[in-house]
Design a protein around this ligand. Sequence first.
Ligand code: SF4
Length: 472
Amino acid sequence: MMPSLKDARKRSSKQVLIKDHAYKLTDIQKQLGVNKKFFIKTYGCQMNEHDSENIKAILEDMSFEQTDDYMNADLILLNTCSIRENANNKVFGFLGRIKNLKEKKPNLIIGLCGCMVQEEVVINKILDKYKWLDLVFGTHNIHELPQVLEKTIKDKTLQIEVMSIEGDIIENVPVKRDSKYKAWINIMYGCDKFCTYCIVPYTRGKQRSRKPEYILNEVKELIKEGYQEVTLLGQNVNAYGKDLNINYGLENLLEDVAKTKIPRIRFVTSHPWDFTDNMIKIIAKYDNIMPHIHLPLQSGSSEILKKMGRRYTKEQYIDLFTKIKQAMPYSSITTDIIVGFPNETEEDFKETLDVVEKCKFDSAFTFIFSKREGTPAAKMEDKISIDEKNKRLQKLNTLVNKYSKLANDSYLNKVVPVLIEGYSEKNNQYLMGYTDTMKLVNVKGNVTDIGKIVNVKITDVKTWSMDGEVVE
Ligand code: SF4
């Protein structure tokens, strides 16, 4: 089955189906991975990270064993991202590097999945230049991996299973979580916002919220397993529930999850347009809803925001930011900013710098606009040179970094709660974890602190991290 952007754009009033038993394995499929290893590389956002946790569990149900060394693998899967051109290039670069492995190991299976393969241009490129791949499956087909893989092994021909549909909700897909302490929970899939630069509504389908009872049961199971933190995931979590028609939104879900007493609750990603006063009230009310909000700005120019289809103005964004800060002065607010949207003027760019000056974000992911084929913005005329866009990005980054460091400075000598996740990757003399406000801290502590929320005194601050030591 091949993808079609035209079909992926469609939205109907068709009822979303909740499929509790769509994931099934035959006895043959359960044995396909005996004595075989798989390697998976994940690109992109937390949704993809979580999809990879599902894929890992499915492969283990099929008796595959995971390896961190792709040279050693019988199956290599790349779970791809299509948010920017650069993400696509990275995947094709990696494929170029591993192609010769197939000559040495003829039975090696190499496959692609994730958002990128939902794009027609990518599938056409695969059929033209990467026919040596073995399998390709889309974001709506993860639960069908056993069937696709069985066919790949049997037929020894490239299998492409990519549906361009609005999507259903598949409830019984297994999961092998990367962490024993913090867990991702999908609360919704897809997006109906259709921001003009964004490919996600095409690659992930229509907005489909999971029913609250499924989410709450998942949280309760995680509490029993000793999890300390859950992150509620969706492309636009503030719109959660709008499609359920039960008068139950993110504020209700946050409150119900808070009442389970799980120690930490986070949620990403927010869209300013759907952020209500009630949500702010609930976030401020419960200590176990973390005081960190990722609030994508994208541009500070109301004119550009209109062209982006973001449905808020510069002033509305600043109002919302101010309301959140007034309700939770201690909270940290981070953001995403795109520079160089088609025909962004110097004045437009200055408006963005102005919002950064006013909001003093704790940190920001900043990007140069990347044309995604099939989206309205890809067709917009653009006279701004890449050199100019690069200059703007550098200028923006200098300002963003200044405020990140200033925000971190305010933590010096303070004692803050940190969930210790394990050893620091950079220096294994240190442990690492995140504060309630989502600041990365390298911590002098004891191995017995791993998996616990401990009080840490901040002893040094940098732009992107801090150092600290556990105190009683
Ligand atoms: S709300 Fe987010 S995911 Fe949805 S279209 Fe806009 S940028 Fe893309």
